[in-house]
Design a protein around this ligand. Structure first.
Ligand code: NDP
Length: 443
């Protein structure tokens, strides 16, 4: 049995019930096999066994009081997965589905994504099963303060720097930052995604969506194509989805759909993005209201966004939202390129369908790395006590996405899987971390 298979079997036996973590580890380990086989020293140093075990996993109680005076208790998580190439870095997710398996899968992915950005950041992730939806601002504030009252002792500008993710936007980051500063007395870049008046970076809000489109643009260009005149289907209506939609539109494409957890809209004339941005981020409303604004558009309850014919699909909502059947439908409808804005949105079977049908496929690790890359740029600005202009940060983001594309494309070529960017991204991300871990000894 190969070294990789042996490690995977051990991981599956040891992490029963952690389906998402096992899925993410399987994808990475099976695709890096050629490069692991070429370096027998890795096995001797038990490199993979160490790589799949988080350096530290923290779980804690988060008690808070709701507006009716009732005591609520949620569970908090921070998984500090790997610090070989820099301080732990990765977002916080607040969503009722959050559990240890989901945080571990996200933290594991983050190691390779952060390595791919070419910046010195390790991998981590955290969050809570708290649901900010339907809560008042005061309830969200009390929750965030309680969450940070435990988390503060585990993080710091040079140890672990969390950011946003699903359910954690500017409002939540600001409440957590306020509490961190109040407890520690430190005014430091301990969180990214901060407001512009207290150390935030321009472009951070737009970065993941913009970066996704920059990377897909690079992939299309290498195949002699572009966004110009293309029909684009996007899932999600949050931070990643909305700014990906703006950038794709700027590049000449027409975005005809967005979705949320209750349904999706189809607007054949192109979605009114300014309306959706205001509806979701300011009014915290539902996409079902879009029809009141534009009666010519369609709203459908439930899943089904992938049935809409398109040239380019950008899944930007959540994990495993695009199944094998969805992938087959997209291929049958002529979809030519897929870029993953969300983390692990496509199942392993869906990815197989794309690769077999020669659909250009940009995996999340590479495609959505623009968010964390810009977070690292926020850290640099905080350390230097400087702030760069929008155009400066945007140009750096664009340059990073081009490098990521080039690195994953050339790693795929070098290891004999040209055009397979899943393998290319995993190998390119893995090699840097592996080299650092080998150099640092058995730790
Ligand atoms: P937001 O909370 O801003 O938006 C998430 C969107 O996805 C919402 O429209 C939400 O619908 C929908 N959604 C969430 N969960 C589900 C579900 N279980 N089923 C269907 N729809 C769902 O999050 P982000 O845009 O920040 O994150 C989206 C994805 O991108 C996640 O996978 C995240 O990990 C990834 N990502 C985010 C980065 C960032 O910088 N923000 C960086 C890199 C990756 P509703 O409004 O109904 O809840």
């Amino acid at each position: 049995m190969s070294y990789v298979q042996n490690v995977l079997n051990g991981l599956i036996a040891k992490n029963q019930g952690q389906a998402e973590f096992i899925q993410a580890a399987t994808e990475v380990l099976t695709t890096i096999e050629p490069c692991v086989a070429a370096n027998p020293a890795y096995e001797k140093a038990a490199l993979l066994e160490r790589l799949v075990e988080p350096e530290r996993q923290i779980m804690f109680r988060v008690p808070w009081i709701d507006d009716k005076g009732n005591v609520q208790v949620n569970r908090g998580f921070r998984v500090q997965f790997n610090s070989a190439i820099g301080p732990y870095k990765g977002g916080l997710r607040f969503h009722p589905s959050v559990n240890l398996s989901i945080i571990k899968f996200l933290g594991f992915e983050q190691i390779f994504k952060n390595s791919l950005t070419t910046l010195p950041i390790g991998g981590g992730k955290g969050g809570s099963d708290f649901d900010p939806k339907g809560k008042s601002d005061n309830e969200v504030m009390r929750f965030c303060q309680s969450f940070m009252t435990e988390l503060y002792r585990h993080i710091g500008a040079d140890t672990d720097v969390p950011a946003g993710d699903i359910g954690v936007g500017g409002r939540e980051v600001a409440y957590m930052y306020g509490q961190y500063k109040r407890i520690t007395g430190l005014y430091e870049g301990v969180l990214t995604g901060k407001g512009l008046t207290f150390g935030g970076s321009l472009v951070r809000t737009e970065a993941t969506g913009y970066g996704l489109v920059y990377l897909v643009q690079e992939m299309l260009q290498a195949a002699g194509d572009s966004f110009e005149g293309k029909t684009v289907v996007i899932s999600g209506a949050g931070n990643v989805a909305v700014y990906a939609a703006y950038k794709a539109t700027q590049l000449g494409a027409k975005v005809v759909s967005l979705s949320d957890s209750t349904g999706y809209i189809y607007d054949k004339d192109g979605v009114d993005l300014a309306y959706v941005e205001d509806l979701k981020f300011n009014k915290r409303g539902r996409l079902s209201e879009y029809k009141n604004h534009k009666p010519s558009a369609e709203y459908h309850d439930g899943k089904g966004v992938w049935n809409i014919p398109c040239d380019i699909a950008l899944p930007c909502a959540t994990q495993n939202e695009l199944t094998e059947a969805d992938a087959k439908t997209l291929v049958a409808n002529g979809c030519k390129a897929v870029g993953e804005g969300a983390n692990m949105p496509s199942t392993l079977e869906a990815i197989d369908v794309f690769l077999k049908n020669k659909v250009l496929f940009a995996p999340a690790k590479a495609a959505n790395a623009g968010g964390v890359a810009t977070s690292a740029l926020e850290m640099s600005q905080n350390s230097a006590r400087l702030s760069w202009t929008f155009d400066e940060v945007d140009a750096k983001l664009h340059g990073i996405m081009v490098s990521i594309y080039n690195n994953m494309a050339s790693a795929a070529k070098e290891y004999g899987v040209e055009g397979n960017f899943v393998a290319g991204a995993n190998i390119a991300g893995f090699l840097k971390v592996a080299e650092a871990m080998m150099a640092q000894g058995i730790v």
